[in-house]
Structures are given as C-alpha cells and as structure tokens.
Write a protein that binds this ligand. Sequence first.
Ligand SMILES: [Zn+2]
Length: 419
Amino acid sequence: MRSRRLLFTLLMMAGVACAPPERSPTGAAADKAAAAPATPADIHARALVVDSHDDTTQRLFYDKAFDLGARHPDGNIDIPRMREGGLDALFFSIWVPSDVTGPIAVKRALQLIDSVHEAVRKHPNDFVLATTASDVRRAASEKKIAALMGMEGGHMIDDDLGTLRDYARLGVRYLTLTHFKNNNWADSSTDTPAHNGLTDFGKDVVRELNRLGVMVDISHVADKTFADVLEITTVPVIASHSSCRAIARHPRNMTDEMMQALAKNGGVIMINYEVSFLSEEHRAAGEKSGGVVAALGQMSKKCGGDEACSTLELARVTREAMAKGTLPAVSWEKIVEHIDHAAKVAGVDHVGLGSDFDGATMPIGMEDASQLPKLTAALTAKGYSAVDVEKILGGNILRVMEQVEQGAARVPDPSKAPR
Ligand SMILES: [Zn+2]
C-alpha cells in the first residue's frame, strides 16, 4: 500500500515536472509515434505561420458590412479561411494611394488603423492585437490570430516624425518607405528617381524607426533607396512583400545581389504572391497594356477611389484573363520557386511569406489563406527540413521583429542627449 502511494506520488511529481501532451500515446502506439517523421500537416500545425502583408484593411474600411468572421466567396482573407490555412499572424496593411498626400492621407491612415482595431474588438475570440514577437507567440498559445499592422507608404507620415511616432503608439510595426510613387524624401522603384535614394530627412526617418523599434520595410523602394537604408540602419530590415527579380524582372522584385545584401544585414524577404511579380511570362504580357501599376490606377478610377473595389476587381479581371488564356496562367507553385530561389541565394534564414492577399491577383491554386498548407507540403517535398520550413513560415520574421525590438532599447533617445 505504502509503495503504491509512493509510486502515485512519484507519478504526480513527474506529471507536474513535465506538462503532459494533449494526447499521450502508450506502448506500441508511442513507439510508432516516436518513429514516424512529422508529416507536412504536423509541421504546418506546429509552425507559427506569419504573413507580413495583407490588404484586407481596405475591405474593412470601405465595406462596413464586410464581416471578417464569415466565410466569403470572394477575396482571400476571413477568419474561417485563416483558421483552415493555419495562419497564425497577419500584418494588416495601412495603405493610402501615393497620390493622396498631406492631412488627407494622415486622416485616412488613422481611419484604416481604427478599422483594424475595430475588427479585433469585434472578434475577441479569434483576434488579438499584437505589437511584439512575444505577443504573436502568446496569441498562438491562446489559439488566437495575432493582428499586426504595417504602414505601406512613407507619404502617410506627412513629412513629420511626430506623426510617425503617433502611428507607432497606435501599434504600427513597420513602415514601407514608399509606395508606387516617390514621396518627398525617398525614391520608389516604379517612379523616376528624384532624390538619388533617400534625402537627409529620409535618413532621419530610418533612424527614428530604428529607435522606435518599428521595422523598416524596403518593398516598393528604388534600388538606391534600399542601398541607402542598409548604410544607415542599425538593425535588420524587411521586404514585406517582394519576390525575386531573377525569376520575374519587375522592378518591385529584388535582385540576387540585393537579397545577399539583405541577408548580410540579417533581414528577410517576404515573398509576394502577385502573379506579375511571380511569372516573367505573365509580367511581360501584362506590360503591353501598361503593367500592374497602371492597371491598378485605371481600376481605382473606375471604382471611384474605393480601393477595396479596385484591387478585388483587378484580381477578378486578371484571373478571368488567365482562365481564358488571354494572359499567361500562373500556378501557386511559382511561389515555391521564389521561396526556393531566395533561400538558395540569401539563405534559409532570410525568406518568409508576404502574400499581398486582398491587394493583388493570386495565382491559380492559392485562391485564399486556406491554401497555405500546400506551401509546407511543397517545401517538404523539395527536401526542406521541418526546422527550415518553420523558419520560412514565420520564424524568420519573428526573429527580425525581436532584433528590431532589442535594437530600439539600445538606441539612446536623441532628445535626452547633453546639449
Ligand atoms: Zn504593395
């Protein structure tokens, strides 16, 4: 009796010392489980899947009836499809077109930030607002989706570091320095160079982002702007939604040399799923009618400035053209090709996922977030280890977030410098 009680006590202690797994297989089943390698589905379920660029914010803002909690037949993102695809964290983009500037751009940016906060408030069982890497990990442990915010276009700070600090206070955790057009302090990859990269104020913006612990995003910027950023930043930077120029020669994509420089900086390129950034054949065919930048501008006019309408409509029309064969069809496997290329050129520690869901035309087979497990299966089939796949799915961007957070703590506050 005594020994049985001792055994019970020992078992209880062992139970306390190491938290039991949800299901603890015994005997032969345990041996089999230990011997069986993790399946792609296991790897995907265990990984923290983080998407660094998503434009659903436009739907939240323009369509007040849009419910993130319901499954939709259009668009790429809602809670049911995120759950199905195992998407654990998402950067909602705060985006105002480049030609909307000044106080109007600031007001719109604040409205978009409010739309994200309100979506989180309305879905407390599914979403939690996150501003740090540890917030993202905590959200996943609570089975919630981490909602983060990134601001796409430096014009929204209206040339004012105070406004930038206000955005940071509201939870914005990266700033894409430009969008399609240059702003007053940085050149864009899709505009005629005006500043030879960054102006002195543009350099101050990068320093202030470093100090605030907000990531610098070099997607959209001109190659020279990217080079200037690397000269100044004291922490790793990100390309929140860019692909590889060696595969599709769009100026929005990064060259191999740029990716290698980004890797040296410790940063990460988050692969964009937009068809004209994935496929050279599709890009070249689309270029004949002005390319994706012009097409988006035309669609925006047609939609009367409703940006949710313009991106959804352009995606619908482009996918129809791919189905009819008037534009070359692009398959989801192209995303894997870009991830693989970036991993080979920059290293597996420097690549991640930046879909551009609800802001771009998705390739066939990647219609929405529910399709994400395909990427894990394809990478595993290519020979990527579980550890490497987990880095690509989210580990790398979380590492950069942590480095940027730690870097901020090291930067002295310039306002406290002795005079
Ligand atoms: Zn973009």
